[in-house]
Design a protein around this ligand. Structure first.
Ligand code: 0CH
Ligand code: SF4
Length: 317
C-alpha cells in the first residue's frame, strides 16, 4: 500500500502578535508581577486584546477584567486596553482617583490625535470603521459633535455634511485594505476636497498580515485563521481569504478544526490575527499532523521589526 502524500501546511508570515499587542500584554504581565503578594489587584478595562486565550491566561494569573470603570474600586490600578479609550473615560478615571496605565497602541493613539486635529480645524471627520467596535466607539468620543461613522461605500456616497468643503477622513486601524480603498474612493467622489491622514491609519501589522495571507490563499485549498470571533483584524483575514477564492475558517485554537474542512485539501493555508499568540498556531500545526502527514512551509512577504516601548508608568519603577 502506498503511503499517503503529505498535506502541505503553508504558513503566512507575518502572522500572530503585533508590536501593539506585545506591549499591551506586557503591561498587564508587568503589573501582575509588581503587585503579586501585595493584595493589590490589577483591573483591566475591556479585554486587553480580543483573544480568548490571552484574556483567560491573564485572568488565571490574577488580572480582573471589567467592562466599565464602575466595576473598579476607587484608587485601584486600571489598565486601558490596546484598543484605546475616549476622553470621557479618561476624565472619569481621573475623577475616581484611579491609577491608570494606558496600554493603548501608539498607532491607535495616532488616529485619536488626528480626530482631535481635524475637528479643531473645523472639519466634519468621517471615521471609516465598524459600528460597535471598541476602537471605533472610543475614537468617536474624541470629537463626537463633528464625527460621523461610515461603514461602507454606500454610506459614503449618501453622506450629508454641513460644509462639503470641510471634510476629513480617518479609519479604524484593522480594516481590510481592499474594502477601505473602495470606501475612500467613494468619499473622494462625494467630497473632492476631502483630506485624509498624513500616513495610513490601517496599521503596518494589519497591512502585512493581509498581504501575506493574499499570497498564501492563492496557493491554498482551504485557509485556517487562528483568532477570536470579536477580533476585527482576524475576521478581516477570514473574509480576505474567502474573497481570494479559498474557503476560510476562524478558529480559537486547534480544538476548532473540523476534519471535513481539510479532508480533500492538499494545501492548508494558516495564519493568525494580531492578538493571537504563536503557540496557538503551533498547536494547530500539531493537530493537523494528527490528521495525516504534513509538510510545513512558510511564505514570508516581509520581516517585521517594529517594537513599541512600554508606558512610563510601567517602565520607570
Ligand atoms: O482587531 P481588533 O481591533 O478587534 O483587536 P485585536 O484582535 O485585539 O487585535 C489587536 C488590535 C488592537 C488595537 O488595534
Ligand atoms: Fe497597534 Fe496595529 Fe497591533 Fe492594533 S493591530 S495593536 S494598531 S500594531
Amino acid at each position: 500500500m502506498r503511503a499517503a502524500r503529505p498535506r502541505r501546511v503553508l504558513l503566512a508570515s507575518p502572522r500572530s502578535l503585533c508590536a501593539g499587542v506585545e506591549r499591551a500584554n506586557e503591561v498587564v504581565e508587568t503589573l501582575l508581577e509588581r503587585y503579586a503578594g501585595t493584595g493589590r489587584r490589577v483591573f483591566v478595562r475591556k479585554q486587553i486584546v480580543h483573544n480568548l486565550h490571552v484574556v483567560r491566561d491573564l485572568q488565571d494569573r490574577g488580572a480582573v477584567f471589567v467592562e466599565e470603570l464602575d466595576d473598579v474600586p476607587d484608587g485601584s490600578v486600571v489598565v486601558f486596553s490596546a484598543h484605546g479609550v475616549s476622553p470621557q473615560v479618561r476624565v472619569e478615571a481621573a475623577r475616581r482617583g484611579l491609577e491608570v496605565v494606558d496600554a493603548t497602541c501608539p498607532l491607535v493613539t495616532k488616529v485619536h490625535a488626528e480626530a482631535r486635529r481635524f475637528a479643531a480645524r473645523g472639519d466634519t471627520v468621517v471615521l471609516v470603521g465598524h459600528a460597535g467596535h471598541e476602537e471605533v466607539e472610543d475614537t468617536l468620543g474624541e470629537a463626537p459633535a463633528s464625527t460621523v461613522l461610515v461603514e461602507n461605500a454606500e454610506d459614503a456616497a449618501a453622506l450629508e455634511v454641513p460644509d462639503s468643503g470641510r471634510v476629513s477622513y480617518l479609519t479604524q486601524t484593522t480594516l481590510a485594505l481592499d474594502e477601505t480603498s473602495q470606501v475612500i474612493t467613494a468619499l473622494e467622489k462625494r467630497f473632492p476636497g476631502i483630506r485624509g491622514p498624513g500616513s495610513d491609519d490601517i496599521c503596518y501589522a494589519t497591512t502585512n498580515r493581509q498581504h501575506a495571507l493574499t499570497a498564501v490563499a492563492a496557493r491554498s485549498d482551504v485557509v485556517l485563521v487562528v483568532g477570536s470571533v470579536n477580533s476585527s483584524n482576524s475576521v478581516r483575514l477570514v473574509e480576505l481569504a474567502t474573497r481570494s477564492g479559498a474557503p476560510a475558517y476562524l478558529i480559537d485554537d486547534a480544538g476548532g478544526i473540523r476534519p471535513d474542512w481539510i479532508r480533500d485539501a492538499g494545501t492548508v493555508g494558516l495564519t493568525a490575527g494580531a492578538s493571537t499568540p504563536q503557540a496557538l498556531v503551533d498547536d494547530v500545526v500539531t493537530a493537523l499532523g494528527g490528521l495525516g502527514p504534513v509538510s510545513v512551509t512558510e511564505h514570508t512577504t516581509v520581516t517585521e521589526t517594529v517594537t513599541f516601548g512600554l508606558p512610563a508608568a510601567v517602565r520607570t519603577r
